[in-house]
Design a protein around this ligand. Structure first.
Ligand code: GRF
Length: 192
């Protein structure tokens, strides 16, 4: 736990694999007084994750793990999480599936953001699937991470209208804008 303006914030690790726009957004949120969390660690499975630059920018510890041996990587991550006294994990565009053993051994809350209105469109390519199916609505979901992919208890969702002119890229942009509001709101909901 970290002492910050007299408030103890929950030590949090963010796991990423890509651009990290949600990571940047969560870091910014963590710095406001009412945030219940502080970001103490950034974990990635690839050194190519663009979002790793936010570790330098915001002076947060980062660690990249090689997943050639999945079990070994997860074991090493668990050791680091313990060492850094991490109490909460936010997945933000993390492209590896956490094993049931990892979830159990960590034993604390893990949440994820997914770019669809779950339970619709679990997995990848959510926006193109929604457009292909001529859906009127898309959106995003923050949910607890359970052993089954994209199936944990839903914390919050936000709907986004799909217009006739939308393509997967434009829809992704619209949904991402809402993701940046939804993730902090979900964290507030969990801890308040
Ligand atoms: C987001 O669309 C998120 O919902 C999904 O992966 C994407 C990550 O984007 N899980 P970014 O790396 O946070 O910009």
């Amino acid at each position: 736990m970290e002492k910050l303006t007299g408030l103890k914030k929950i030590k949090t690790a963010v796991f990423i694999s890509g651009t990290g726009s949600n990571l940047k957004n969560i870091i910014k949120f963590s710095k406001i007084k009412k945030s219940p969390i502080s970001i103490n660690l950034i974990i990635s499975n690839t050194c190519l994750a663009k979002g790793l630059k936010y570790a330098e920018q915001f002076k947060i510890k980062k660690k990249i793990f090689n997943f050639k041996d999945y079990n070994k990587a997860e074991k090493k991550i668990l050791i680091l999480l313990k060492k850094e006294k991490i109490e909460f994990i936010c997945l933000a565009g993390y492209m590896k599936i956490l094993s049931a053993g990892f979830i159990k051994k960590f034993g604390k809350k893990i949440i994820n953001i997914h770019p669809s209105l779950l339970p619709k469109y679990k997995g990848l390519n959510t926006h193109s699937r929604a457009i292909k199916n001529k859906d009127k609505l898309a959106g995003c979901t923050v949910h607890y991470v359970a052993a089954k992919l994209d199936s944990g208890k839903i914390i919050l969702q936000k709907k986004v209208k799909i217009s006739a002119r939308d393509n997967p890229a434009s829809l992704k942009k619209k949904v991402l804008k809402q993701e940046h509001k939804l993730y902090p709101a979900a964290i507030m909901k969990i801890f308040n």
